[in-house]
Design a protein around this ligand. Structure first.
Ligand SMILES: NC(=O)c1ccc[n+]([C@@H]2O[C@H](COP(=O)([O-])OP(=O)(O)OC[C@H]3O[C@@H](n4cnc5c(N)ncnc54)[C@H](OP(=O)(O)O)[C@@H]3O)[C@@H](O)[C@H]2O)c1
Length: 253
């Protein structure tokens, strides 16, 4: 059994300009991978590239991943810069949390375009550029396991993400490409964190979590790096919860 990669691997990390994508880029660079980070063009992406460059070889590619032509172009740029891809982390995602009566067609389309369509086409278009034996990890969410009153569209998009992981795990097995999803719980990132949630809500949320705290992006990155590594050689088609116990508990006290 292989326990260490026999060469530096190439990773394509979407949403790599902040949060879990940024932390994962850092973790993969620490394992000597060469990494492309993708996010919408702008200062945040360039700042992330500058910071990550001190850890290893990184390229930053600006693209709106809800558009298939931009996905294609980002993958081609990464392939030209770094060579054939070994690891894909589809992580860029957006949330719209409102009561069902308030969700508009625009909200619905924005969530589905990035979280579902964007993920499907990122993987579809990456396949011809990937080495056999690679690993694909999709960022889903705890909300696909446990209902949230204001998260109907978001949760459905994440259930679709995990469904894609299972389907691709099956169809890509002949190429020895493993495909898994992860389901983070409450994680402190730009998209959601203790400051923006406010004191009251944060206290309420923490009470739902047996470990009684939010997770950090680095704790997600460690699991993604594991799934990307040869150490996870028998993991495929699965979803891994990283949630401090949130989904599988009921706290009566
Ligand atoms: N935080 C949580 O508690 C939590 C829990 C479960 C699951 N998740 C999921 O985790 C994933 C990562 O989110 P995060 O929490 O780490 O939040 P984050 O820090 O806001 O990161 C989101 C990343 O996606 C990029 N992005 C957003 N829209 C994009 C687009 N249209 N095209 C390309 N890139 C885009 C952002 O960059 P730009 O804005 O610069 O483009 C950023 O790099 C998401 O899929 C989210 O749904 C989060």
């Amino acid at each position: 059994m292989t326990t260490a990669p026999d060469r530096d691997r190439v990773a394509f990390v979407t949403g790599g300009s902040s949060g879990m994508g940024y932390a994962t880029a850092q973790a993969l660079l620490a394992q000597r991978a060469r990494v492309a980070i993708i996010a919408r063009p702008g200062d945040r992406l360039q700042q992330a590239r500058r910071e990550l460059e001190s850890h290893g070889e990184v390229v930053a590619i600006g693209a709106d991943l809800s558009q298939v032509a931009k996905i294609d172009s980002a993958l081609q740029q990464a392939h030209r810069a770094l060579g054939a891809i070994d690891i894909v982390f589809t992580n860029a995602g957006t949330g719209e949390f409102s009561a069902v009566e308030e969700i508009t067609e625009t909200d619905f389309d924005a969530v589905v375009a990035l979280n579902f369509k964007g993920v499907f086409f990122t993987i579809q278009r990456a396949l011809p550029l990937m080495n056999d034996g690679g690993s694909i990890i999709l960022n889903a969410s705890w909300t696909m396991h446990r209902a949230m009153d204001t998260g109907a569209v978001y949760a459905a998009s994440k259930a679709a993400v995990h469904s894609l992981a299972r389907s691709f795990a099956s169809s890509l097995a002949p190429r020895r490409i493993r495909v898994n999803s992860i389901s983070p719980g409450f994680i402190n990132t730009g998209q959601f964190n203790e400051q923006t949630a406010g004191e009251q809500k944060t206290r309420r949320y923490k009470r739902q979590v047996p470990l009684e705290r939010f997770g950090e992006a680095e704790e997600i990155a460690e699991v993604v790096a594991f799934l990307a590594s040869p150490q996870a050689s028998y993991n495929t088609g699965q979803d891994i919860l990283i949630d401090g116990g949130l989904v599988n508990s009921f706290r009566a006290g």
